[in-house]
Every structure is written in structure tokens, then in C-alpha cells.
Design a protein around this ligand. Structure first.
Ligand code: AMP
Length: 444
């Protein structure tokens, strides 16, 4: 097999000047692995099957070629009148972030983009649609609503992006997604992204893609190399005390705390406020405005701690998030990878703490099986439950889409060390120069 070589600069990809200028203004110097692998093919109109989660630079990987191709059509007078690109994504937060990215990379192009999502009045969205839209970013429910009311037609769509397909199915959007797909023109470019590729996702991809190029960036490699993970065995009733104890560490600039339930998120935020830690909760029961506010406060550093449920946190994109704390372990092991992937992003290093009580040891075992290693145990704290032992990890064997790598010392098994070493931290936290090196394909 010949070694694969990927282009290493944006200049070499044949990107047009206004886009190169925008990327420069964003401070992007080097394409991420998914960008290097996908952009040249997407510029040629190929379909794509991308196995990648947020944090890999996938938004730019699809946005940049879409913008460039549409700009070319516009210049040559071949642009259709209706909506020409549809980007479908599961959550409002993600939708908003994608539109922000389009705005950033396309700021010198003059294409019109719009983001629509439910939970807010449709009035302004309809007004904006009536002025004409080139690229629409949408969540499925609101999109179908507006299609049914005839404010949107998909007849002119030339490019369709299905983002976070696995999460879309998890959230029960499968029928909505299918309803959208049948309305799309058969002749189109399709880009399909999912963090995991179980069979149902693969089947959906096969049904809508034509000879796609396949790009896979491996989340477990990211977790292994840029995120320092620690496990805390703790009695359920002591979790709150442990959390307060850990948050005394002032090097924790920003912590995203996960709970399984909305009620749990509220309770943790309330408990923290009681002891003087600035915390806010974010979950599906909160209004869109309350969620946006909480997120903004967190990003600005006004609140140090954000407590979230998985769905609410999906798509939260904060480059310099220092800590993720799993107050409760997720019952779906892939969710662990998604959660801790909120930190250690864009080449920065991050820290992920996970609390495990007696009822959660099977979740822990499943997680360790998926990531292919034992999470190093942290026992040097006052709330350590010595009688509670993690179940031994079953034989190595993550899913094919998660390809764990050795941490360099040839031993990833539970060493019971009180502090894991910071092996392989490529990016350095707080350093404004982002580095990308967490892919198994070498970029050099
Ligand atoms: P995404 O995976 O699309 O959520 O992107 C993760 C983060 O990486 C976002 O904050 C992007 O702004 C940032 N990013 C994407 N591409 C690059 C790049 N080539 N260089 C530096 N940062 C990037």
C-alpha cells in the first residue's frame, strides 16, 4: 500500500482568495486531518461519509467547499434561485454554531445563509426566508413545519449535509430525517457525518450516498492523547462533597459537569451555588433564551461551572474548556467519548474526571471496553470509597470506529496510580497556537 499524503496547507487545496483570507482572519494555519482529507474531494462534488465527532474541524471541512462551489456558481450565473444547500443537524446549539462558521468562512463572499430551529417563534425565520436564502441550516422539526406551511421547498437543493446522524437517530428524529430526504432532488451532492457507525447508521448512509469518499478520524485517539482521564470511586451520597472538594482547585478555569437527568443538573447547580461556586444548569426544560444565556455566560467566563444533560450539551463548542466532570456516568458508552470530547479540543489538552458509584460500575465497564483501556483511578481524595472496585475491564475490543492507541509506554491497563501521567499531550492548554496531530494519518 502506498503511503497516503495529505495536503498540508489551505493554499494547496485550490481554495479561492476570499476564503483563504477569511481562514487567515480566523487564525487557521493548518487544515485538520478531516479537512485535509475531505476538502479536495468535496470541491469536486464527491459524496462523503465522515466518521468524526465535533472538535475535529468537521464543520469547516464541509462548509468551506460548499461556500466555494456556490460562489463559483454565482460567478458563472448558474446559481438557482431557491435554497441550494441544506445542512440538517440535531440541536439548536449545533445549528447556530454551523451558521456562525459559515458566516466566518464566507464573510467575503456575500452568500445568504439562515439558521432555523424550533422552540422560538417562526416569525423572523419566515421573514428571512422570504428575502431569499442560499444556505439553510436547520433542525428537522422546524424544517418540516415550514415545508408543510410552504415557506420552504427543497427543489433547488444541490448539496445536502446530514450532520451528527447517530445523535439524530438517538434523539428519535429518524422519521423526520427520512421525510426530508424524500423531498430532496435525486441529483445532488450528499455529505454524511456521524461520530459512530452502528449498522442502522451505515444503512441510512448507504441509502443516500453515491460512491462516497470515506474519511474517519478516530475519537479514541483524541481521548487517549489530549485528554487526561481520571476515575473517582465514590458513594452516591458523597458525590456532591467530592465535587465541591475538586472545585477548590483554582486551576479549574471552566468545568462542564454532566448529569444523566435534567433534575440532576438543576440539583447540582443549586448545591454549588449554595457553597458559593458560580454555576448554571442547561437542559431541555429551559427556554431557548435561558440556554443561550447560560452558554454565553460560560463562554465569557462569567460562570465557572455549567451543569448539563447530554442532549443540551451536544454541540457546545468551547475551545478552551479545561475540565469535563462526569458527575454521573452515562449509560450509553459512546456518550462518554462525546462528553469528554468537549474538552481537549482543537489540539488543546483537557482533563476529564468521572465519578462512579456502586450502581454505575456496569456503565464503567462498558465505557472501558469501548475506549479499550481502564480509566486511571484517582484514590488520593477524602471521598474515595476503598471498598468499591471498578469491574475488571473485559478483553480489549472497542468498536471499529474507535481505534484506541497505545499511550506510548505500551501499557494502558489500570495501574491504580493516583495521578495519570500526561502522556502524549500534543496541544498545550492556554496556548493560542492550536496544533493538530491527533489523527492516525500523519500530516507530514
Ligand atoms: P468542529 O469540529 O467543527 O466543531 O471544530 C472544532 C473547533 O476547531 C472550532 O472551534 C473551530 O473553529 C476550530 N477549527 C476548525 N478548523 C480549524 C483549523 N484548521 N485550525 C484551527 N482551528 C480550527
Amino acid at each position: 500500500m502506498p503511503t497516503k499524503h495529505y495536503m498540508t496547507t489551505f493554499d494547496q487545496m485550490g481554495l479561492i482568495e476570499p476564503i483563504l483570507k477569511a481562514l487567515n482572519e480566523e487564525g487557521y494555519t493548518t487544515p485538520t486531518p478531516i479537512q485535509a482529507q475531505a476538502i479536495p474531494h468535496l470541491l469536486q462534488g464527491r459524496d462523503l461519509l465522515g466518521c468524526a465527532q465535533t472538535g475535529t474541524g468537521k464543520t469547516a471541512a464541509f462548509s468551506i467547499p460548499i461556500l466555494q462551489r456556490m460562489h463559483a456558481d454565482k460567478q458563472s450565473g448558474q446559481m438557482k434561485r431557491g435554497i441550494k444547500t441544506l445542512i440538517l443537524t440535531p440541536t439548536r446549539e449545533l445549528a447556530i454554531q454551523i451558521e456562525e462558521s459559515l458566516r466566518a468562512y464566507g464573510r467575503h463572499l456575500g452568500l445568504k445563509h439562515l439558521v432555523i430551529f424550533g422552540g422560538v417563534s417562526q416569525h423572523h425565520q419566515v421573514l428571512a426566508l422570504q428575502k431569499g436564502v442560499d444556505i439553510l441550516v436547520a433542525t428537522p422539526g422546524r424544517l418540516l413545519d415550514l415545508i408543510q406551511q410552504r415557506f420552504i421547498t427543497l427543489n433547488d437543493i444541490g448539496t445536502f449535509v446530514l450532520d451528527e446522524a447517530d445523535r439524530m437517530l438517538d434523539m428519535g428524529f429518524v422519521h423526520d430525517v427520512k421525510k426530508v430526504i424524500v423531498r430532496l432532488p435525486a441529483k445532488r451532492q450528499t455529505l454524511f457525518f456521524s461520530a459512530t457507525m452502528p449498522e442502522d447508521i451505515q444503512a441510512l448512509a448507504n441509502s443516500i450516498l453515491t460512491h462516497p469518499i470515506k474519511v474517519e478520524v478516530t475519537p479514541a485517539a483524541t481521548t487517549a492523547e489530549t485528554i487526561r482521564q481520571s476515575l473517582f470511586m465514590v458513594e452516591k451520597d458523597n458525590k456532591r462533597n467530592l465535587l465541591v472538594h475538586l472545585l477548590k482547585d483554582t486551576s479549574i478555569n471552566s468545568a462542564l459537569i454532566f448529569t444523566r437527568t435534567k433534575h440532576g443538573a438543576d440539583r447540582v447547580a443549586k448545591d454549588l451555588l449554595k457553597v458559593g461556586v458560580e454555576a448554571q444548569a442547561i437542559h431541555g426544560n429551559k427556554s431557548q433564551n435561558a440556554r443561550q444565556n447560560a452558554l454565553k455566560n460560560f463562554k465569557d467566563g462569567a460562570t465557572r461551572v455549567l451543569v448539563a444533560t447530554d442532549i443540551a450539551a451536544r454541540g457546545i463548542d468551547i475551545d478552551e474548556l479545561s475540565h469535563v466532570i462526569n458527575f454521573e456516568l452515562p449509560n450509553v458508552p459512546e456518550t462518554y467519548v462525546h462528553r469528554i470530547g468537549r474538552t481537549g479540543r482543537a489540539g488543546f489538552s483537557g482533563i476529564a474526571y468521572s465519578f462512579c458509584d456502586a450502581e454505575e460500575t456496569t456503565y464503567l465497564r462498558d465505557i472501558q471496553k469501548l475506549i479499550g483501556k481502564a480509566i486511571p483511578l484517582e484514590d488520593g481524595h477524602p471521598w474515595h470509597a476503598p471498598n468499591m472496585k471498578p469491574l475488571p475491564p473485559p478483553p480489549m475490543g472497542g468498536r471499529s470506529s474507535f481505534q484506541p492507541r497505545s499511550n506510548g509506554n505500551g501499557n494502558n491497563r489500570n495501574s491504580n496510580t493516583s495521578r495519570p501521567s500526561n502522556n502524549g499531550n500534543r496541544g498545550s492548554f492556554g496556548n493560542s497556537q492550536k496544533s493538530w496531530g491527533n489523527n492516525r494519518h500523519s500530516m507530514n
